[in-house]
Ligand binder design. Structure first.
Ligand code: ATP
Ligand code: MG
Length: 432
């Protein structure tokens, strides 16, 4: 166990009792009262069946760092699903159980708790999903990605608050290091390469020397990872506060070209991602980042990238549209353009692709045209519909289609304003 200086810089300081760090008081201060009572109750119920419950992973790391994180993961030495079923019966939680994986989610009104049976993992081959069997807490910790994520805090009554830290995670937090637990870690699961850089940049840590060396050695192992898993890691990167620095660091480490030869990290990405954040709600940001990430791609690059990452249809459309629209920007960089001209130039593109191009372009004329389209033109409808045109004696079919189109264009260009104007124009267009 680690002794000496403690890291916790929240309220109070960690107690070190006979070489074992006890964080009982820190948990009490860290977790909201309601969560705390629940976690204690779960641990109490487990104890009756001689099972032990631990807080693990990110929440332990963040508690020690004094950062908020209420995304709580509990590991049960025993049977997490059965325990969660019991807790759900007595409490107001909704249960989502995965018997096959020995995991369960308890959903309360304003937070969720994840419970997992302590497990042992073995990798049949690099990149494959591991074979899983029940195990001890220690087995469960060694299968984890980095020492700082491989700590646990006991929630059992007899040693409540005790830090379990077999891989010196606390010392690595202090030294600000990202360190893997064994030399084959990156080759077993190369998504850890992307995770390592994500934590390094998020926490302003460094890669420990051997971890750095092995990360570089195992970059080719990214080829063993499915598109879905790589995309998921990119999505996690895009949920970080400043993903551009993670992208640039991945470029510097030469990780990016292993995913796509055309991917770049540079000052452009820094500037444009920052601009995207100022324009877009967090929920829509990841998709916009994807469109900006591929902005310098050509046709071959984009198709390879979409296939490699198995990008879903809607996002694929937005990414392809981003590049198609980029080639048409010169047409939009002219003034004056009639509103209807702007509309016809832009209507075939996904709004996300237009936003990506708005961020990419430095032309104020292009910006003005995009803004007009996105905020007004794309919503404009004629006041008259087909039914009303019929009442004016215009029969359904090609003629009506043509008239509706002319009315719409006139409306876009402000040539008709009221319904009466539209009626007048429609009647003037009606064939005798
Ligand atoms: P975050 O703040 O990013 O959510 P976290 O530590 O909670 O950090 P999760 O992705 O939620 O990260 O995963 C929970 C825990 O599962 C991690 O702390 C880590 O111990 C473990 N873990 C996640 N992904 C892997 C992986 N690819 N290999 C090994 N362990 C992993
Ligand atoms: Mg988490």
């Amino acid at each position: 166990m680690v002794m000496g200086i403690t890291l916790y810089d929240g309220k109070g300081s960690a107690d070190i009792i006979t070489g074992v760090m006890n964080l009982g008081r820190q948990i009490e201060q860290y977790l909201p009262q309601q969560v705390l009572e629940l976690v204690r109750d779960i641990s109490g119920q487990a104890a009756k069946q001689k099972q032990r419950v631990y807080l693990v992973g990110g929440a332990v790391r963040d508690l020690l760092l004094g950062y908020p994180n209420f995304d709580l993961d509990l590991v049960v030495e025993g049977d997490a699903v059965r325990l969660a079923e019991q807790v759900a019966e007595t409490g107001q939680a909704k249960l989502l159980a995965h018997h096959r994986f020995g995991t369960a989610k308890l959903r309360y009104e304003n937070f969720t708790l994840d419970l997992a049976t302590a497990r042992k993992e073995t990798y049949a081959r690099p990149g494959a999903l591991p074979a899983v069997t029940p195990g001890t807490l220690k087995d469960d910790l060694i299968r984890r990605d980095f020492s700082i994520n491989a700590m646990a805090i006991s929630l059992a009554a007899n040693d409540y608050g005790e830090l379990v830290d077999p891989y010196q995670g606390e010392s690595d937090l202090e030294r600000r290091l990202i360190r893997i637990l064994h030399p084959e870690s990156f080759s077993d699961d190369a998504t850890r390469i992307l995770r390592a850089v994500r934590y390094e940049q998020r926490l302003c840590f460094e890669l420990e020397a051997q971890t750095d060396e092995l990360l570089k050695r195992d970059i080719p192992m990214l080829d063993t990872i499915s598109g879905d898993r790589i995309r998921h890691e990119l999505e996690l990167i895009f949920k970080e506060k400043q993903p551009e620095f993670i992208i640039n660091r991945l470029a510097e480490l030469k990780v990016l070209p292993r995913i796509s030869l055309f991917l770049k990290g540079d000052g452009w990405i820094v500037e444009k991602f920052d601009k995207a954040r100022r324009l877009k709600k967090p929920t829509q940001l990841p998709s916009l980042y994807f469109c900006l990430l591929i902005y310098s791609f050509g046709e071959t690059g984009i198709e390879q990238f979409l296939a490699r990452l198995n990008i879903p249809a809607k996002l694929s459309r937005a990414m392809r549209d981003t590049l198609r629209l980029k080639t048409r920007l010169p047409l939009l960089d002219k003034s004056p353009l009639k509103p209807s001209e702007i509309y016809y130039l832009l209507r075939e593109y996904e709004p996300l692709a237009i936003q990506a191009n708005a961020i990419a372009s430095d032309s104020s004329i292009v910006h003005r045209h995009f803004r007009l389209y996105l905020t007004k033109l794309r919503y404009l409808r004629t006041s008259l519909d087909g039914e009303e045109l019929k009442r004016l004696g215009i029969s359904a079919g090609p003629e009506m289609g043509k008239i509706l189109q002319i009315l719409h264009k006139a409306k876009l260009d402000g040539e008709v304003k009221t319904k009466a104007d539209e009626k007048k124009l429609a009647l003037s267009l009606k064939s005798a």
